[in-house]
Write a protein that binds this ligand. Structure first.
Ligand code: AP5
Ligand code: MG
Length: 190
């Protein structure tokens, strides 16, 4: 099984690049942000809980997020592998994911981290705000909060996988096709 964590700050291109990797490698794409947004749209209890955190650029609490991710993985017993986009975002989430996948004898294959400078991230998100309808794109203060939360709580997850020899940084600046090539080249044994 090929289990890829696609890592990187808000606006780094995780969603954009996931679409390419899914097509090329036949993987199941799990974006926790997309799953929360679909729950908000459907007015579920989970959506109501997540919304207040997301609109402020804060992380949804680990317990809720981990339970949701586990149930999504279990919906795809036939999967050839997964792309985890936007998860894990804390060390506790990384430990839970490792346990979940090790139990299924299909551990994390690699973490590919898209590297993009902060000014470019802000530019991309403010540009997308014109069309995305995402409340967390619309306010520069919330964008800054998302970046600050990433630096404080999520960036340390990179060392968790570097310690396991599974981390590769990838330059996230360039055309979408160029970056897709870099990511594919960084996937082990492929
Ligand atoms: P989430 O939905 O994961 O958002 P995010 O990580 O903030 O990042 P984005 O989805 O905005 O960016 P992306 O990296 O996918 O880039 P994209 O491809 O869209 O999370 C949202 C919220 O949900 C969190 O703040 C939190 O509240 C909650 N949440 C989610 N997961 C959680 C978890 N595990 N734990 C707790 N809470 C969680 O690209 C961005 C823009 O740039 C697009 O407009 C795109 O067209 C453009 N672009 C892409 N590539 C390029 C390029 N090469 N050149 C120029 N522009 C480009
Ligand atoms: Mg995304």
């Amino acid at each position: 099984m090929l289990n890829i964590i696609l890592f990187g700050p808000p606006g780094a291109g995780k969603g954009t690049q996931s679409a390419y990797l899914v097509e090329r490698h036949g993987l199941v794409h799990l974006s926790t942000g997309d799953i929360f947004r679909s729950n908000i749209k459907d007015g579920t209890e989970l959506g109501q809980l997540a919304q207040s955190y997301m609109n402020q650029g804060q992380l949804v609490p680990d317990g809720v997020t981990i339970r949701m991710l586990e149930s999504e993985v279990d919906k795809h017993p036939e999967a050839k592998g997964f792309i985890f986009d936007g998860f894990p975002r804390t060390t506790a989430q990384a430990e839970a994911l490792d346990e979940l996948l090790n139990d299924r004898k299909a551990p994390v294959s690699c973490m590919l981290a898209l590297e993009v400078a902060e000014e470019e991230l802000k530019l991309r998100l403010l540009t997308r705000a014109k069309t995305s309808g995402r409340p967390d794109d619309a306010d520069p203060a919330v964008i800054q909060k998302r970046i600050d939360v990433y630096n404080a709580e999520t960036a340390p997850v990179a060392s968790h996988y570097a310690d396991q020899g599974k981390f590769t940084g990838v330059d996230g600046i360039g055309t979408i096709e160029e970056i897709a090539e870099r990511l594919s080249a960084a996937i082990p044994n492929d």
